[in-house]
Ligand binder design. Structure first.
Ligand SMILES: [Zn+2]
Length: 202
């Protein structure tokens, strides 16, 4: 369902941001130091060298491409970590869903369709673990009840007693998503290079 409960992004935001030197992922309890390595290879890639170090290599003066590759990496971490977490929670609590997609929704942390397809935003990586768990349980509850009725909340609160407090706290959760993630690069008219603007490219 188009989930107003899990609205993620404040549309009035207008960030100006450079590429990140660090990426903290509270959902995974991880923090990454990013290095940009200019190499002659035409394409841009990303390498997880050792725990906590990430190297973006290639034509790194192309900030747009750097950002795209970092977002691809975020989607990858979501598939590696949050998707299996969703499967575990489904199994533990007796829910079934048909498939799970990782996306970059502009305004939702997650959603569940009437056909049982759960979509997760990679931006969940920037929330605390208890918030993410609550979002995953919220969508799993929608596989049983496609509404926010009293029965829905009874079901969700039975699985996560703090769910209402967590949802309330998550109203400000969009602030935890770094500007470089939400920003869209536009090539400026001058030598100054790139300008980040509000809005996504997904
Ligand atoms: Zn919902």
């Amino acid at each position: 369902m188009h989930d107003r409960m899990l609205a993620a992004v404040n549309p009035t935001r207008a960030p100006l941001a450079a590429l990140p030197e660090d990426i903290a992922l509270p959902a995974l309890d991880e923090s990454w130091r990013i290095e940009y390595l200019s190499t002659k290879t035409g394409r841009i890639g990303v390498m997880m060298e050792q725990s906590g170090r990430l190297t973006v290599y290639g034509a790194v003066t192309d900030h747009d491409a750097c950002r795209a590759v970092l977002i691809r990496w975020l989607k990858c971490r979501t598939r590696e970590e949050l998707v299996p977490w969703l499967y575990r929670l489904a199994e533990q609590n007796g829910f079934r869903f048909s498939e799970v997609l990782v996306r970059g929704q502009k305004t939702r942390w997650a959603s569940c369709s009437s056909k049982g397809t759960i979509s997760l935003s990679y931006k969940l990586l920037f929330l605390e673990r208890d918030s993410v768990r609550c979002v995953l349980l919220h969508e799993l509850c929608h596989t049983a009840l496609m509404n926010h009725s009293r029965r829905f909340w009874t079901l969700l609160c039975g699985l996560e007693p703090n769910c209402k407090a967590i949802h309330k706290r998550m109203r400000d959760g969009w602030k935890q998503v770094p500007a470089w993630v939400e920003g869209r690069i536009e090539r400026g008219p001058s030598e100054k290079g790139f300008v980040w603007q509000k809005g996504g490219t997904r």
